[in-house]
Design a binder for this molecule. Structure first.
Ligand code: FAD
Length: 156
């Protein structure tokens, strides 16, 4: 009986089927990279802001300290030192949702994660970073690797 009811679950505002109500968190931060984690840390230290009023959305279990990778390439740092578990970097009390955000509806203060769950907010921080696509620059892929190989050869 329960499963029959569940299979008829409600349709969310985003048009997807989901079985809960929207989860409200006053401050939502999309992206738990350098920017998102810094904003979360700074906001949580502000007077009047409670840590459980903040939620970070970050699908990546691992946080890469990007400047560290330059040193890894130069042989100055072990690769393991440039990577941390994301959840260990999130200040205690702040919620971490380990899913990607797939849509934002600013009119309704509503975001939806990849599983169809809806979240409402009062303030939204978008810190989803950038995705580099070197292949879109003609010839850049070959030039980049030539430079990297020369650099590693001469500065090892
Ligand atoms: C090799 C290298 C060396 C660098 N060295 C330096 C340096 O020496 N000094 C310096 O100042 N800067 C350096 N940078 C740049 C610096 O690392 C970036 O500027 C910084 O990480 C940007 O932070 P961000 O939060 O905007 O993005 P990111 O740190 O990239 O974080 C974005 C996060 O958003 C998440 N995300 C993306 N889409 C979604 C979604 N739909 N839903 C939820 N989460 C999502 C991603 O998983 C990611 O974790 C370097 C970068 C690189 C690559």
């Amino acid at each position: 009986m329960i499963s029959k009811n569940l299979s008829k679950g409600p349709i969310s505002q985003s048009g997807k089927k989901f079985f809960g109500t929207a989860i409200h968190t006053p401050i939502c931060i999309i992206g738990g990279g350098t920017g998102g984690l810094n904003v979360a840390g700074q906001l949580s230290r502000q007077e009047g802001v409670l840590k459980h009023h903040i939620r970070i959305f970050e699908p990546n279990r691992f946080h890469h300290y990007q400047p560290g990778w330059t040193m890894v390439g130069g042989g100055l740092l072990e690769p393991s030192k440039a990577v941390r578990y994301t959840h260990k970097l999130v200040p205690k009390g702040i919620a971490l949702t380990s899913l990607s955000v797939v849509s934002i509806d600013p009119e309704k203060n509503l975001i939806v994660t990849e599983d169809g769950q809806e979240y409402t907010y009062e303030q939204l921080v978008v810190a989803a970073g950038i995705v580099m696509d070197w292949a879109k620059i003609p010839g850049s892929r070959n030039q980049f690797f030539t430079y990297l190989c020369l650099h590693l050869h001469y500065f090892k």
